[in-house]
Design a protein around this ligand. Structure first.
Ligand code: SF4
Length: 379
C-alpha cells in the first residue's frame, strides 16, 4: 500500500508541476496580446449566456454533432472522459484503501454500468477516429485530406494515450474483481469480462496486477495531462474559455474598426468628424502581439481538425489559404515569442513577424471573407 501511495503521489506532484509551469508560460504569452474589451462587454451584457452556451456548444457538442460520424465519436470520447472522472477518483481512493468506494453512489450497480458503458464508448470513439485518419491519410490523399498540414504524429499519440487510459482502467478493475476489492457486485460488464480473462492467474498475481495497473492508469492519465498542455490537444481545456468569449454575431459578420481617426476618415473619403481622435490608430495585425488575447486563445483552442479548411472556398479552388494553417501559424509564432520572453524577461524584437515569416500576403489575399472562415478570426 505504501508503494502505491508514494508512487501515485509522486507522479501527481510531478505532472501538476510540469503542467502548471506550461500553463503559466501560456498565460504570460497570451498577455502579450491586445485587450479585447468588446468580448468582455459582450459576455457581461448577456447574463446567463455563459451557462447556456457552454451547455449547448461544449457539453452538448452541438456543432460537432453536425458531422455525424466524427461528431458522435467525439461526443462519445468527450462525455466518456467526463464520466470517467469517477473512475479517476476511484483510482486515487484505491491508492489509500483497496476497498475504496465513492460515497453514496460507489456501490450502485448503475454507477459501475455507466462507467463501463462510457469506457467502451470511448474505445468505440477512438477506433472510429483511427479509421477516419487511415481513410483520410494525408500521405496518400495529399491536399484533399483534411488532415493535410496538421500534426498527425501528435494525433496518433493522443489516440494511443486514450487507448492506454481505457486499457489500464479495465485491467485494474478486472484484477480488482479477482482480489475482492471491486466496489460493484453487478453492472460493470466490461470489467467483469476482463476479470474473467485474468481469473486463471490466481489471487496473488491479480493482487500484483491490481497495484501495477492502478499506478499505470494514473501514470497514463497524468502523462496525458502534461502532454495536453504542450500539444494541440490543449483544446480540451481551451474549449471552455474560448466558447465563453466567442463572438455570437451571425457568421461572417465583420465588425467595424474600433477607432477611426481623422486621418483615416480622410483617407477613406468619409465626412470629417470633430469627435474623431487625431492620433493615428493602429490597424491590422503584423505580429501576434497586434492580436487580442482572445484571438491568441483561439489559436490554442484549434484542434487542427481541418473542418474550416475543408469548407473554405479559397482553399477548395486551389488557393494557398488554409484557415487551419493560419491558426497553427499563429500558435507557432506565439511559441517563438514565448521562448523570446523566457530568454529576455520580456519580448524583444527578434526580427520576425507573423505576417511574412509565417503567413504570406498571398494567403491572406486569397480570403473571400466567406462565412466559413473561423468566426473567432473575424471577431
Ligand atoms: S480553426 Fe479550423 S482546424 Fe482549428 S478547430 Fe476550428 S475548424 Fe478545426
Amino acid at each position: 500500500m505504501a508503494v502505491r501511495i508514494i508512487i501515485g503521489l509522486a507522479l501527481t506532484v510531478a505532472a501538476f508541476a510540469f503542467a502548471g509551469r506550461r500553463l503559466w508560460w501560456l498565460y504570460r504569452v497570451a498577455r502579450t496580446g491586445q485587450p479585447a474589451p468588446e468580448r468582455v462587454a459582450a459576455v457581461r451584457g448577456h447574463p446567463g449566456r455563459d451557462a447556456s452556451v457552454e451547455a449547448t456548444e461544449v457539453i452538448g457538442q452541438r456543432k460537432l454533432l453536425q458531422w455525424t460520424v466524427p461528431g458522435i465519436a467525439h461526443a462519445l470520447t468527450f462525455w466518456g472522459f467526463i464520466v470517467l472522472l469517477l473512475t479517476i477518483l476511484e483510482a486515487y481512493g484505491d491508492l489509500f484503501s483497496p476497498t475504496f468506494a465513492i460515497p453514496v453512489i460507489g456501490h450502485w450497480p448503475v454507477t459501475g454500468f455507466i462507467e463501463d458503458l462510457f469506457a467502451v464508448g470511448v474505445l468505440a470513439g477512438i477506433i472510429t477516429f483511427a479509421v477516419i485518419r487511415l481513410v483520410n491519410n494525408p500521405k496518400r490523399e495529399g491536399r484533399d485530406s483534411r488532415f493535410s498540414g496538421s500534426h498527425t504524429g501528435a494525433a496518433w499519440l493522443v489516440l494511443l494515450g486514450i487507448f492506454g487510459v481505457i486499457a489500464t482502467l479495465l485491467l485494474y478493475r478486472g484484477a480488482q474483481i479477482n482480489t475482492g476489492h471491486f466496489p460493484y457486485a453487478h453492472g460493470a460488464f466490461a470489467s467483469q469480462i476482463v476479470g474473467h480473462w485474468l481469473a486463471p492467474l490466481g489471487t496473488g498475481v491479480n493482487s500484483v496486477l491490481e497495484t501495477v495497473f492502478i499506478l499505470a492508469q494514473l501514470a497514463v492519465i497524468l502523462g496525458f495531462l502534461v502532454f495536453i498542455t504542450y500539444s494541440k490537444h490543449l483544446h480540451i481545456f481551451m474549449a471552455f474559455p474560448n466558447t465563453y468569449y466567442a463572438n455570437l454575431e451571425p457568421k461572417g459578420h465583420i465588425q467595424n474598426m474600433p477607432v477611426v481617426t481623422r486621418e483615416v476618415r480622410s483617407m477613406l473619403g468619409l465626412a470629417a468628424s470633430e469627435t474623431a481622435p487625431v492620433e493615428p490608430g493602429r490597424f491590422g495585425a503584423k505580429d501576434v502581439n497586434d492580436l487580442s488575447w482572445n484571438l491568441l486563445m483561439s489559436a490554442y483552442a484549434c484542434t487542427e481538425c481541418g473542418r474550416c479548411t475543408s469548407e473554405c472556398p479559397a482553399n477548395l479552388t486551389g488557393k494557398k489559404l488554409s484557415p487551419r494553417k493560419i491558426m497553427m501559424d499563429t500558435r507557432d509564432r506565439l511559441e517563438q515569442v514565448g521562448k523570446n520572453i523566457n530568454a529576455n524577461g520580456s519580448f524583444k524584437d527578434d526580427g520576425k513577424t507573423l505576417l511574412n515569416d509565417f503567413i504570406t500576403v498571398e494567403e491572406l489575399r486569397a480570403c473571400t471573407t466567406a462565412s466559413k472562415v473561423p468566426r473567432s478570426w473575424l471577431a
